[in-house]
Design a protein around this ligand. Structure first.
Ligand SMILES: Nc1nc2c(ncn2[C@@H]2O[C@H](COP(=O)(O)OP(=O)(O)OP(=O)(O)O)[C@@H](O)[C@H]2O)c(=O)[nH]1
Ligand SMILES: [Mg+2]
Length: 698
């Protein structure tokens, strides 16, 4: 593989709703460009970019991966990304280091919820976008319907530069609207095609679509607009140049037609990537100078070497593999580099290009290109590598916080140490998971973006690190609080024989607003409790409140004021006041009307409108409050607030209720009081659990 200059590179991320055909499309592009000998299929588990066992068995991309294609003396880097909501942060990471997106859309379903999400993510980065209308060979595929949904959701400047020849099962090629050429494909998925005359029944449609394209391009360029008014049209050269400008400027979004499975439309797509999409030279990379002011760094290989780390792979054998974009300069194998985020020297050994899982060594990788390196010591995702004296940093990709926690336990005792080493490696690879220990129950917790995300993480744990764990049902992080203010008294006294113990305090407790957590106020005057023992009172109350009162959940959102007490010259000590504090807390709880709080989630459901009524009824049944409804074409978006406890089984429900056509997203909103009949259940469940633990310990 030769070393490419920025001018000859295109970095494109394939993004879109799950199942739109991104991985299959990458496979077709690799096949027709001769990069691989065999046309890999998702359904046979033979694609280049879904190489992970978990991806092969689930037939879904779960992690972004790289491939490259040489086409017309240019190098196209393809970043295949996941379309499943739980894994969308990897699509964001991919977009972050791309110069353009291929937004792959299913011609049957049109725009879906993740299409909108990735479209917004690309828009935030002002990325040029090429829309690939795929699966045109499927029953009920329709350019008109899909285009309508695209215009509704993504804007009116999505514009076809091709028309499909034939419909559904008879889809067999495309007409290039600019060159007015038809390409008719063999139906054996070989990707072989012949140039042909535009089918007679398409000439009117082709001319009017071409007219629409010319108007769209003219509309986005003042000079072309004038020419268009004078001449009534644009020349082919003007149209080509105008289309490229408007596309690179993210004003116009050209649409092409494909069947990734039948390998139709692939070469014209590669041509469009090369002609219409920007090279890294066109898109300076966002950077921060030494004052943290936003600036940009061009893909100039004469500047000091710099790179941004966008992904880390935890390989149990090869160690860490660090994926980066060379932003400026040229990075060389066997050289020293500096990690500016962590202030650490690093050593580059082999520089690698990734073709899926296949690595090839490069002597150097230049500005604008995507590469990888193994075995860095300290470098993690989002780090800036470069020259120690070069005052530039690259802003981090924002990853979402986990929304759901499951308790995990090793199947074989003694695996605990192994779990924690392996989980730390997986956390490096996936910044959207967390591994922790529940301070109350001492259980190991695995937190992530949803049930599927947790399951996939557990599968990786087993396959890559040989650690088998049981997943326990997710624990709802309940809290407790109080509803009334009250005063209380705690006295600990043990003065029979030997050295006695004496501590005594009076406290006031009062509720605070949601989210205020806990406050302790020392309001002792005149030495009723000696100074040095007040912290012991606080410690006693802190210990008691983290153990909760009703069901063992931490008590929050209240204030404790210690205002009086008494002591004994000889017998008072810290322990006695700690116990007095804890007794006062327990006494207070008998009158402060303690109650249980639960997390409430913001939920967004996206499904065909036919299901809207049923889905809303179901959300009501889950104690949800519907906050709004919106329709987009044939789809409805329902927004609601629902207790987390009611959402644990939602994924399965939604899939079966909508035949897999609905999807949803949720995030934490706030805490709210649990209805009293449910509190009774939580309290008895907690009691039963405690009894169980005690029995086990005997
Ligand atoms: N008929 C037909 N099937 C296709 C086409 N493209 C993809 N498929 C099939 O659609 C399914 C999904 O394709 P993928 O390439 O895995 O979709 P994806 O967008 O990568 O999905 P995620 O990785 O989950 O985001 C597979 O069964 C493919 O064989 C197409 O153009 N026509
Ligand atoms: Mg995929």
């Amino acid at each position: 593989m030769k070393v490419y200059d920025a001018a000859s590179i295109r970095n494109v991320a394939l993004v879109g709703h799950s199942g739109s055909g991104k991985t299959q499309l990458a496979s077709a592009l690799l096949a027709v460009s001769g990069m691989v000998n065999r046309f890999g299929k998702v359904d046979e588990g033979t694609t280049v970019t879904d190489f992970d066992e978990e991806e092969i068995s689930r037939k879904h991309t779960l992690s972004a991966s790289l491939a490259y294609v040489e086409w017309n003396r240019q190098k196209i880097n393809l970043i295949d990304t996941p379309g499943i909501g739980n894994f969308l942060s990897d699509a964001r990471a991919g977009l972050h280091v791309a110069d353009a997106a291929l937004v792959v859309v299913d011609a049957v379903a049109g725009v879906m919820v993740q299409t909108e999400k990735v479209w917004e993510a690309a828009a935030e980065l002002a990325l040029p976008r090429l829309v690939v209308l795929n699966r045109l060979d499927r029953e009920r595929a329709s350019l008109e319907r899909a285009l309508q949904s695209l215009r509704d959701s993504c804007g009116r400047t999505v514009i076809p530069i091709q028309l499909p020849i034939g419909e559904e099962r008879n889809f067999k090629g495309v007409v290039d609207l600019i060159a007015r050429k038809a390409y008719v494909y063999q139906t054996d998925d070989s990707g072989k095609y012949a140039e042909a005359a535009i089918p007679a029944d398409m000439t009117t449609a082709v001319e009017s679509a071409r007219e629409a394209l010319i108007e769209m391009v003219a509309e986005n360029d003042e000079q072309l607009m004038e020419k268009f008014f004078e001449a009534g049209t644009l020349t082919d050269e003007e149209l080509l140049a105008g289309l490229r400008n408007a596309t690179v400027g993210a004003k116009v979004f050209p649409l092409v037609c494909t069947s990734a499975l039948l390998n139709i439309g692939t070469q014209p797509l590669l041509d469009a990537i090369v002609t219409d999409l920007p090279s890294p030279l066109d898109r300076p990379f966002k950077a921060l100078d030494k004052n943290g002011t936003e600036t940009a760094r061009g893909a100039d290989d004469k500047l000091p070497g710099s790179a941004f780390v966008w992904k880390t792979i935890a390989d149990p054998f090869a160690g860490r593999i660090t994926l980066f974009r060379v932003v400026s300069g040229s990075l060389k194998a066997d050289s020293n580099i500096f990690n500016k985020t962590r202030d650490a020297a690093e050593r580059f050994g082999n520089l690698l290009l990734l073709q899926g899982k296949t690595q090839s060594s490069m002597p150097e990788i230049k500005a604008g290109d995507l590469g990888a390196v193994a075995k860095l010591k300290d470098t993690l995702t989002n780090d800036t590598l470069g020259d120690r004296t070069d005052p530039i940093h690259f802003p981090a990709i924002k990853f979402p916080e986990p929304v759901l926690s499951y308790a995990i336990e090793p199947k074989s005792r003694g695996d605990e140490d192994k779990i924690s080493t392996a989980m730390h490696r997986l956390e490096e690879e996936d910044p959207t998971i967390r591994y922790s220990r529940d301070p109350q129950t001492k259980e190991l917790l695995l937190s992530g973006q949803g049930q599927l995300h947790i399951e996939v993480t557990v599968a990786k744990l087993k396959r890559r690190f040989g650690v088998d764990v049981n997943l326990k049902p997710p624990r709802i992080p309940y809290r407790e609080t109080i509803k009334s203010a009250t005063e209380a008294h705690g006295r600990h006294k043990k003065q029979t024989g030997g050295h006695g113990q004496f501590g005594d305090c009076k406290i006031k407790v009062e509720p605070l607003p949601r989210g205020a957590d806990f406050e302790f106020v020392d309001d002792i005057f005149g030495g009723a409790i000696p100074r040095q023992f007040v912290p012991a009172v606080e410690k006693g109350i802190q210990d008691a409140r983290t153990r909760g009162y009703l069901a063992g959940y931490p008590m929050v959102d209240f204030r404790v004021t210690v205002f009086d007490g008494s002591y004994h010259d000889v017998d008072s000590n810290e322990l006695s006041f700690k116990l007095a504090g804890s007794l006062a807390f327990k006494d207070a709880m008998t009158r402060a009307r303690p109650t249980i709080l639960e997390p409430i989630m913001n939920v967004e459901v996206y499904a065909p409108s036919d299901f809207a009524g049923d889905l809303m009824g179901d959300l009501n049944g889950r104690r949800g409050r519907i906050a709004g409804m919106d329709t987009r074409g044939a789809m409805t978006i329902i927004k609601a607030q629902v207790p987390m406890a009611e959402m644990l089984t939602y994924e399965q429900h939604l899939t079966s209720a909508t035949g897999g056509r609905g999807s949803y997203h949720m995030e934490y909103s706030h805490y709210d009081e649990v209805p009293s009949q449910l509190q009774t259940k939580i309290i008895s469940a907690a009691k039963a659990e405690r009894a169980g633990v005690e029995v086990e310990e005997v």
